[in-house]
Structure formats: structure tokens, C-alpha cells
Design a protein around this ligand. Structure first.
Ligand SMILES: Cc1cc2nc3c(=O)[nH]c(=O)nc-3n(C[C@H](O)[C@H](O)[C@H](O)COP(=O)(O)O)c2cc1C
Length: 391
């Protein structure tokens, strides 16, 4: 009798897409695109995760509008010329047994910042105006994201409609590039998140006010993108389950939103947190192991929608426990995947499901299978010599 694979290595069917296991690479900005177009960096960065055995690889935040870039070198899908370079990456991932999704985003009032290794500060309005794609921050209300950030211009109804259309146009391009999944970035204080929170959205019109008004942009984007995205392909949405600001967007609000998103055809809620404000008075979520798993658990149970857990999930046994305890359907890795791009294969070894390295790319696995017994023998000999050095 064979024992079933651990949950981490059981497939998951989402619409027509079958993920081979539950391991997802979380979106990670690289600041390496040229005019929004993917470069060889993206091929190697994303491609290595396919070789590393993750079922689904999500791209970094990919701008639907040049005015919605987090930094000047973000990936984009605001222009047809950006399809082909991404398609090469998609093709590579597909050829190596992986699925790939694009995270579509508009950074709103948090657009225009330096990469972390340059300090991560907000770009000045002068720098943004002198960029090849001159731009200005946009938001629901003219409220800055924090000290050092210029206030965004409050968007009018026509600009809101244009942004929704840009999400739709980018979705059509994502399909042409061959992506399997679109993830809508509704978290981290970017445009849609800034409409959700009462702390950044002071509008009195139908795009603000009560919870329904503040959720309207998220629901419009999700609904219009769902219509434009093939029915067989899954749609994810990343939320900041709590936005990290005092009296801001709450977990209860996230449950309501998740339920409505699911009704519109969103298949997975990716449960992140924080990012609304750079205010030092804001309430950070303490960052222990699996610190956002409780958000995933609550949303999965109370909104009755599949979820993706993320945040300081580092060990195979920890990931397996999250799934076994019914707290998530998918496990996303960010920094741990940077540390170990082969995390999925190593987790398979740890959990005892791949003793012969058959899940590795065949070009590697065949050598690792040959190496294993010889390595075990060599280690045993070395240990023996340590015990009896005179022999
Ligand atoms: C280098 C880097 C870039 C990131 N860029 C994005 C991004 O583009 N979009 C996003 O939603 N989250 C982004 N994140 C957050 C990660 O997706 C993830 O949620 C976070 O790092 C927590 O998971 P971890 O503890 O496994 O790293 C980024 C994280 C890192 C480390």
C-alpha cells in the first residue's frame, strides 16, 4: 500500500489549470525592466524557479499604466511591445513543467520609489516629471502616503474609468503572452488598496464613503478583468488583509471583500498585509514565522474561498502543517525562494516524496541520483576515518 503524497505535493485544479503542487513563488519587484519590457534578468530570475520545482511562479508587480509603476524599471503590460519579451519567459516556464501568472498593479499614491538597495525613498516630483514617461502620483484623495511622499492628485471619475480599462487591456495582453494566471494587486497601499482604506480614501462620491463605496474600484476591476480573462484561466487577488494603519482596513472588511470577489469569479485570495502608509505611527503586523497565516485561515473559512498564505513560511514541515490544518490552499514563498530557488525540490526530499530526484529537471536529476549513493559512501568513510584516525 502506498501512502498519499503530503498535501504540499498534491495537485490543485483551478478552473482548467492543474498546479502540480501547492508551492507558489510570490511576486517580487526586480527593478530590472527596460521601458517596462522584460530583460534577460527576468528570464533567469523567474526561469530558475521553474527549474526549482514551484508549481506557479508569479511575476513582480507589473504596471498596467506607466503612471502606476512602483519604480522606474518595473515590468509593464501597458503597451503591446511588452508582450513578446514576457512571452519568452512564459514559454520557458511552460517548457519546464511550471505555470506562470502575472501580477497586475497600479501603484497609485505609492508610485515612484527607489529600489531598496538605493535607499527605497520616494522619488521627488521633479525626478518623476523628468522620467522618459513623465508621471504624477494618483489616488482617491490628495493624501500623501507618508513623510517624504508628495500628495497624489485625487482622481476624477473619468480617470478612474481609464484605470479600470487599463487593467482590462493589460489582461488581454497577459493572455496573448500566454500567462496561466492573472493576480490583481489590491494590497500594500497601492492604488486599489488606497481606495479600500478609510485612511486614504476621503471621497464623498460613489468611489468612497462607506465600505461599499470604497470596495467599488476593487469589484469593478475584478469584474471587468474576469470578463476579459479566458473562462478557463484562474484569477487571483492579493489583499492586505489588514492595512497596517490605525482604524484602517480590517480583517472583517477583507472577509466581506473576499466573499464578493469570489462571487465575481476570483478563484484565490492571496493573503498579505500592511503597506498603506509609511507613517511611523502606523501599526505594523509583528513578523514572526507564518505571521499572515491567520489572515488566510480566517478568509478561507469565513469567505469560503481558496486562499494563498504568504509571509515567513520557510520550512517544508511548516508549509505542510498550514495545509493540513486547513489554513490555506497554496503556500507562497518570497525571500525564502531567493535564498533557495530549489526550495520545492528540497522540500520534496525532506518530506520523503522524491528519493530518486525524479521531480528535478532531468538534466540535473539523473546526476543527483547517481551522486547520492556515492556521496553517502564518501561521507560514511570520512566519518570512519574521524573515529579511527590511525587506519
Ligand atoms: C524583493 C521583494 C520584492 C517584492 N515585490 C513585491 C511585489 O512586486 N508585489 C507584491 O505583492 N509583493 C511583493 N513583495 C512581497 C512578497 O511577495 C511577499 O509577500 C513577502 O516578501 C512576504 O513573504 P516572505 O516572508 O516569504 O518573503 C516583495 C518582496 C520582496 C522580498
Amino acid at each position: 500500500m502506498t501512502t498519499p503524497d503530503p498535501l504540499l505535493f498534491q495537485p490543485l485544479k483551478l478552473r482548467d489549470l492543474e498546479l502540480k503542487n501547492r508551492i507558489v513563488i510570490s511576486p517580487m519587484c526586480q527593478h530590472a525592466a527596460e521601458a517596462g519590457r522584460a530583460t534577460p534578468w527576468h528570464m533567469v530570475h523567474l526561469g530558475k524557479f521553474a527549474l526549482g520545482g514551484a508549481a506557479l511562479i508569479l511575476t513582480e508587480s507589473t504596471a498596467v499604466d506607466p503612471r502606476g509603476r512602483i519604480g522606474t524599471a518595473d515590468l509593464g503590460l501597458w503597451d503591446d511591445s511588452q508582450i513578446e519579451p514576457l512571452k519568452s519567459v512564459v514559454d520557458f516556464v511552460h517548457a519546464n513543467d511550471g505555470a506562470i501568472g502575472v501580477q497586475l498593479a497600479h501603484a497609485g499614491r505609492k508610485s515612484g520609489s527607489q529600489p531598496l538597495w538605493e535607499g527605497g525613498a520616494a522619488l521627488t516630483d521633479e525626478v518623476m516629471q523628468s522620467d522618459a514617461e513623465p508621471w504624477q502620483r494618483l489616488g482617491p484623495s490628495a493624501l500623501a502616503a507618508g513623510p517624504g511622499w508628495s500628495a497624489p492628485r485625487a482622481m476624477n471619475a473619468q480617470e478612474i474609468e481609464e484605470v479600470i480599462q487599463r487593467f482590462v487591456d493589460a489582461t488581454v495582453r497577459a493572455d496573448k503572452a500566454g500567462f496561466d494566471v492573472v493576480e490583481l494587486h489590491f494590497g500594500h497601499g497601492y492604488l486599489v488598496a488606497s481606495f479600500l482604506s478609510p485612511n486614504s480614501n476621503h471621497r464623498k462620491d460613489e468611489w468612497g464613503g462607506d465600505l461599499n463605496g470604497r470596495m467599488r474600484l476593487a469589484l469593478e476591476v475584478a469584474s471587468r478583468v474576469r470578463d476579459a480573462w479566458p473562462a478557463g484561466k484562474p484569477l487571483f487577488a492579493r489583499l492586505s488583509a489588514v492595512d497596517g494603519s490605525v482604524d484602517g482596513w480590517s480583517l472583517d472588511d477583507s472577509v466581506v471583500l473576499a466573499r464578493e470577489l469570489a462571487q465575481l469569479g476570483v478563484d484565490v485570495i492571496d493573503c498579505s498585509s500592511g503597506g498603506l502608509t509609511e507613517e511611523t505611527r502606523a501599526l505594523p503586523v509583528p513578523r514572526g514565522l507564518g505571521f499572515q497565516v491567520p489572515f488566510s485561515e480566517r478568509i478561507r473559512h469565513d469567505a469560503n474561498v481558496p486562499t494563498q498564505a504568504v509571509g515567513m513560511i520557510v520550512d517544508a514541515s511548516q508549509a505542510e502543517a498550514v495545509l493540513q490544518e486547513g489554513k490555506a490552499d497554496l503556500i507562497a514563498l518570497g525571500r525564502e525562494a531567493l535564498f533557495d530557488p530549489y526550495w520545492a525540490h528540497h522540500a520534496a526530499t525532506t518530506l520523503g516524496v522524491d528519493p530518486k530526484y525524479q521531480r528535478w529537471p532531468v538534466r540535473h536529476g539523473v546526476w543527483l541520483a547517481k551522486r547520492a549513493p556515492g556521496l553517502a559512501r564518501a561521507r560514511a568513510q570520512a566519518a570512519e576515518q574521524l573515529v579511527s584516525p590511525s587506519n
